[in-house]
Design a protein around this ligand. Structure first.
Ligand SMILES: *Cc1c(COP(=O)(O)O)cnc(C)c1O
Ligand code: SF4
Length: 373
């Protein structure tokens, strides 16, 4: 797909609306691109692209906010925004290792929409919609299939379950993307959780700062502020996603007193490169977002074209550790089927001799450390 000229300003202009409307998150949601007809009006597509997208959309869903679409550089076939948002036939391929629900979330769900996998925290799936559907979504069984399963959170049931499991001290509000809900709906959920005495912190997992930064409004921030401690984890995958708009969204949330973390997915051809990743994590610190996890792409059906080797993830962490701010280095994790998140780190302990531990530093120098005791 090689366009003669179009850049993001052209894409923006193609929608033919004023700045104020563009900045209205409801307009962005209402005008999401979900069909090939809509897409070809905005992007220059080759006949082959059209065929491929049309074929994919027979079984998969597409949804892209005008804002996220406007970040696509049409002169690059492998544009990272394009790869994350426009469906490809590769998603219909299944390898023998892949399954629909590798994290076995469905079997850790005592109440519809509540996943209790770890001892002291639980996850709520409050919606299965998202502003932009990411092609690499781990929960695509819920978000992306046309014949998808649906989760309907039983809020009363969840509140009752959490109240009677006093070991749960951390609630993660996730989905889909919780910020696709109205402030009123969100507040209903958050306030019900906040009333439970044993819940210490509430986290929200949302990609809205990246795909719909307009969603971060002063009203939303005012509401969230009433329910502290609130933490937010977002999902930037590429430095191109750090724009004026997404920076402002993160700044507003940080100014609300919400600590921000980032969970990236390691994606082949998008961010599986130490330089790209370094730009990303350093850029995130500048907008007050702390890189939290880097995920090995889950064994979800249809994602084999995005998956890289585990060694690639380790290589990236190794290229960051010691070479840039420790704050910028995420933990690389594999959410191994049925096992939960397992951290994978480069090896810095290279041997042991008696009470001597042989260590390697980030520059590759070797030294012995005498283990006390
Ligand atoms: C990732 C995850 C959590 C949170 O894990 P942390 O390591 O605490 O961030 C909780 N529940 C489920 C089901 C998860 O997948
Ligand atoms: S925003 Fe999250 S839940 Fe929604 S499609 Fe993207 S990865 Fe999946």
């Amino acid at each position: 797909m090689i366009a003669e000229t179009a850049d993001s300003e052209d894409i923006k202009r193609a929608f033919g609306i004023d700045k104020k409307t563009w900045e209205d998150w409801r307009w962005q949601i209402k005008n999401r691109i979900t069909t090939l007809e809509e897409l070809e009006k905005i992007l220059n597509l080759t006949e082959r692209d059209k065929e491929e997208i049309g074929e994919s959309l027979k079984t998969l869903k597409m949804s892209i906010t005008p804002y996220y679409l406007s970040l696509i550089d049409q002169s690059r076939y492998n544009d990272p925004i394009r790869l994350q948002s426009i469906p490809s036939l590769l998603e219909l391929e299944k390898t023998p290792y892949e399954v629909e629900d590798p994290l076995k979330e469905d079997s850790y769900s005592p109440i519809p929409g509540l996943i209790h996998r770890y001892p002291d925290r639980a996850l709520l799936l409050v919606t299965d919609s998202c502003p932009t559907l990411c092609r690499h979504c781990t929960r695509r069984r819920l978000t992306e299939k046309i014949e998808r399963k649906s989760t309907h959170l039983d809020l009363n049931g969840a509140v009752e379950y959490i109240s009677s499991h006093r070991e749960i001290r951390d609630i993660i509000i996730s989905g889909g993307d919780p910020l696709i809900l109205s402030d009123q709906m969100l507040e209903r959920i958050i306030s019900s959780i906040r009333k439970i005495k044993s819940v210490e912190i509430i986290r929200i997992g949302t990609r809205a700062p990246v795909t719909l930064p307009q969603r971060i409004t002063p009203e939303l921030c005012e509401m969230l502020k009433r329910y502290h401690p609130i933490w937010i984890n977002t999902h930037f995958n590429h430095p191109k996603e750090i724009t004026e708009e997404s920076s402002r969204a993160c700044e507003m949330l940080a100014d609300t007193g919400i600590p921000l973390g980032n969970q990236s997915v390691l994606l082949k051809g998008i961010n599986d490169d130490p330089d790209i990743m370094k730009n990303l994590v350093q850029g995130l610190l500048k907008i007050r977002v702390r890189p939290y996890y880097l995920y090995q792409c889950d064994m979800v059906e249809g994602l084999s074209h995005f998956r890289t080797t585990v060694e690639k993830g380790v290589e990236i962490i190794e290229a960051l550790q010691g070479f840039t701010s420790g704050l910028a280095v995420p933990t690389f994790v594999i959410d191994a089927p049925g096992m939960g998140k397992i951290p994978i780190s480069p090896q810095y302990v290279v041997g042991r001799e008696g009470n001597q531990i042989i260590l390697r530093n980030f520059e590759g120098r070797i030294s012995a450390y005498t283990n006390p005791g």
